[in-house]
Design a protein around this ligand. Structure first.
Ligand code: LLP
Length: 386
């Protein structure tokens, strides 16, 4: 049901590496398309920050999704993967001039603008190029999300977006500029959100803001609600496809959409998390008076989520079926935070066994680093490793 991990496939491949099951990815994309096809004005832009592996991107492009970028590098990567530029939304609090130029040169769908100084620079560069930039404003809705503090973005204390109280001011400034065209509003409250009430609160906030703008004769063409839908990290094998039905139903039921308006979503994690696993080899099993450590060849250089967000990725041993024992699964990096999990039950584990860290398709390979001069991991799809 979940990710297919026939261990024979992995013979001869240098560990650690990322493995992507394209069947799971395609089923996930089908589940999204089934929901959004119920509405002719819903568009999903996959948030490429979650995973920019070229082969993964190609499958997502085949499914017809648009794309959400936060850097010039991401724009270059998605164009290479074949995404049409007119499906790109471009967000980020700190867009460099060259990145804005790239967006304008490629005629992307929309810039999600996060400040007045940024708006001024976009207008200036667009004027120089004789172009008109389509812009939405990212509004900070001051809506909390029940998730880890490091991945909460929609509170007034966060650096993202423009304050609600400044909304009219920035819109009228944009309307006075010749080389930008104001089209709508953008929001994003956080990531790994499983409580639909958080999205309901966002929808209500958007309704209030729309009413306020409408009273002043301001009409929005685009409403972009961002991403954030979470996945089941505890039981990915039995629950590989996120609950898209309930997620889209929230907006269908709670967001008051005006005629002619389009609604945009920027899902990242929910699209790719469950199709990916980090495959790592056990180097040593070490025991002391109180603990047994499985020391593996992957570390936080390959998967930083446990160290950075206290995240738990389910770990399975692909080789052993012997009776269980408790292990700390740790990497080779010279820091104590290089621990994937503590006191977890695993079958008796030996040097040479392959372990899989599940639900690692999102914010895994893409967040890898070269700390300790380690090599960046490769990523392979199930189609390549038949
Ligand atoms: N849109 C915007 C404006 C965002 O900032 C993000 C994620 C997304 C969409 C996609 O959110 P998603 O659907 O994936 O939740 N590295 C962290 C997650 C950081 C998310 C940052 N922004 C992690 O590993 O949990």
């Amino acid at each position: 049901m979940g990710i297919d991990m026939n261990v024979e496939r992995f013979a001869g491949i240098r560990t650690p590496f990322y493995y992507y099951d394209t069947n799971i990815l395609r089923q996930t994309l089908d589940a999204i398309n089934t929901e959004i096809k119920k509405h002719d004005n819903y568009f999903v832009h996959y948030a490429v920050k979650a995973n920019a592996n070229l082969k993964v991107l190609q499958v997502i492009n085949e499914a017809g999704l648009g794309i959400d970028c936060v850097s010039g590098g991401e724009i270059e990567q998605v164009l290479k993967a074949g995404f049409p530029a007119n499906k790109i939304v471009f967000a980020g609090v700190g867009k460099s001039d060259w990145e804005i130029e790239l967006g304008l040169d490629k005629d992307i769908f929309c810039f999600n603008v996060e400040s007045i100084p940024e708006l001024e620079v976009i207008n200036e560069i667009a004027t120089r190029k004789g172009k008109v930039a389509t812009v939405c404003f990212r509004i900070n809705p001051n809506v909390g999300a029940h998730t880890h503090a490091n991945i909460t973005t929609g509170l007034a204390e966060n650096k993202f977006g423009i304050d609600m109280q400044d909304m009219e001011k920035v819109i009228s400034l944009a309307q006075s500029m010749k080389n930008v065209q104001f089209k709508g509003l953008h929001f994003h409250i956080g990531s790994q959100i499983l409580e639909m009430d958080d999205f309901i609160a966002l929808a209500h906030r958007i309704n209030d803001l729309q009413d306020r703008l409408e009273a002043q004769g301001i009409h929005l063409e685009i409403i972009n609600v961002g991403g954030g839908l979470g996945v089941d990290y505890k039981d990915p094998q039995n629950n590989p496809i996120p609950n898209f039905k309930d997620y889209f139903a929230v907006y269908e039921q709670h967001l008051k959409v005006r005629p002619g308006q389009t609604v945009h979503f920027e899902l990242g994690r929910a699209v790719v998390a469950q199709c990916g696993a980090l495959i790592t080899k056990v180097l040593y099993v070490k025991e002391n008076a109180i603990k047994k450590f499985a020391i593996v060849d992957a570390g936080f250089t390959e998967l930083i989520r446990p160290a950075l967000y206290d995240a738990h990725h389910k770990i399975i041993n692909l080789n052993s079926k012997e009776a269980d024992g408790k292990y700390d699964v740790v990497g080779p990096i010279c820091e104590s935070s290089d621990t994937f999990d503590k006191d977890i039950l695993l079958p008796k584990t030996h040097r040479g066994d392959l372990l899989a860290l599940l639900s690692a398709g999102a914010y895994g390979e893409i967040m890898a680093s070269g700390y300790n001069c380690r090599r960046l991991p490769e990523g392979y799809t199930s189609e390549e490793l038949k």
